[in-house]
Write a protein that binds this ligand. Sequence first.
Ligand SMILES: NC(=O)c1ccc[n+]([C@@H]2O[C@H](COP(=O)([O-])OP(=O)(O)OC[C@H]3O[C@@H](n4cnc5c(N)ncnc54)[C@H](O)[C@@H]3O)[C@@H](O)[C@H]2O)c1
Length: 434
Amino acid sequence: MKITIAGTGYVGLVTGVCLADVGHTITCFDIDERKIQELNGGKSPIYEPGLEDLITKNLEAKRLHFTSEPEQAYADADCIFIAVGTPENEDGSANLSYVEQAAIMISEYIHKDTVIVVKSTVPVGTNERIARIIKERVDPSINIEVASNPEFLREGSAIHDTFNGDRIVIGTESQETAQLLRSIYEPLNIPIVTTDIRSAEMIKYASNAFLATKISFINEIANLCEKTGANIEEVAEGMGYDKRIGNQFLRAGIGYGGSCFPKDTKALNYLAKQYDFDFRILESVINVNKYQKDKLFLKAKELFQDFTGKKVTVLGLAFKPNTDDIREAPSIDIIESLLKENAQITVFDPIAMGNVEELFHDKINYANSALEAIQEADMVFIVTEWREIKELTLAQYKESMAQPVIFDGRNCYPLHEAKELGIQYYSIGRKPVE
Ligand SMILES: NC(=O)c1ccc[n+]([C@@H]2O[C@H](COP(=O)([O-])OP(=O)(O)OC[C@H]3O[C@@H](n4cnc5c(N)ncnc54)[C@H](O)[C@@H]3O)[C@@H](O)[C@H]2O)c1
């Protein structure tokens, strides 16, 4: 069976590489020729632990191919996965133009029965739209089946997640298509849930909205802890032992970011509005997150008032550790707020610095290490809990900074240590050390 993946981003590339690794013949197609060139040279355009090794291994085994030629990608494919981006439109809805363009391009090249699998996260009803787009354009004698197969991998552990996912969701109205997709995924040995197409589309949004709710919920408990004198770390630990609650996604912080939760919560809310449904919980989840992202900056503003000429360090730029993705990262909001206040900003991230440099150029300074970044700083914001950042000791902050004031959005250090060292330390859901 010939499988093609359209879009070699975080999802398409990882899916393609992992399916090749379990023995399938995979062609990965992208309209970005530079990416394809890099990939053919064995270089990954994105950072994902273990990815480059798997690319090289499967290129050498000739199971994996990269191309920017649509004919080569689509003409002979039995099954085409669409894994292009579905970013946010200004009104919060999902931008489906990339998915639609991919569908139009596919329809120009296929000339035999083909299964089209939509892996991109798309609102309920989109698979039907994609089916219409393709069927309207191809010869009526060609049978086109469309299936929804949403993706649940997490950046930073995408390969592990693909090989060890909790479930695979297949939404289709056709037994045959379900069987074909089962056979593709069989080597992964992961439970498969088969549903109708609309339910599969909804499962993805409902799952992300639920996880975002858990994050906003614990962040609100953290905010209440700050007012009442309770400690969020202890509260979350005590809650997490309850199996009905579970201990994951109970880490209070400075809000969720990344390429999925922010846009998917908004897209689901938009969808609800289209159906005249007032999704009150989701609306609150989104608003809580907006506040949470500004929280550390607002605290600093309350303390310092004027940032002009202040040396401010931002540690951690990616939206979470082990990825270079800075989409909707809280660090970006903090840097933008600080720039408006004329602060002198120095940043450090082990992997995501290049992406941030493309945004801010020479408006901010880029350090080579966390330790270098905090030298002579008037205040430090800890935004992403990379190992390289957590390894800095509070004593090093004390020695290196002009004045030791830390705003820690990830609760990296024990309060008593900050107190013993005389560091002004503001974290999330815990008493300030002043
Ligand atoms: N990133 C994640 O962690 C994650 C997890 C689960 C689901 N998803 C969903 O998967 C989808 C893809 O996300 P991503 O983060 O991998 O996106 P991405 O932005 O990293 O990659 C998208 C890729 O598609 C390519 N592309 C655009 N138009 C194309 C076309 N017509 N034909 C072929 N390639 C084209 C782009 O050049 C790019 O390389 C989105 O819907 C997203 O919501 C993402």
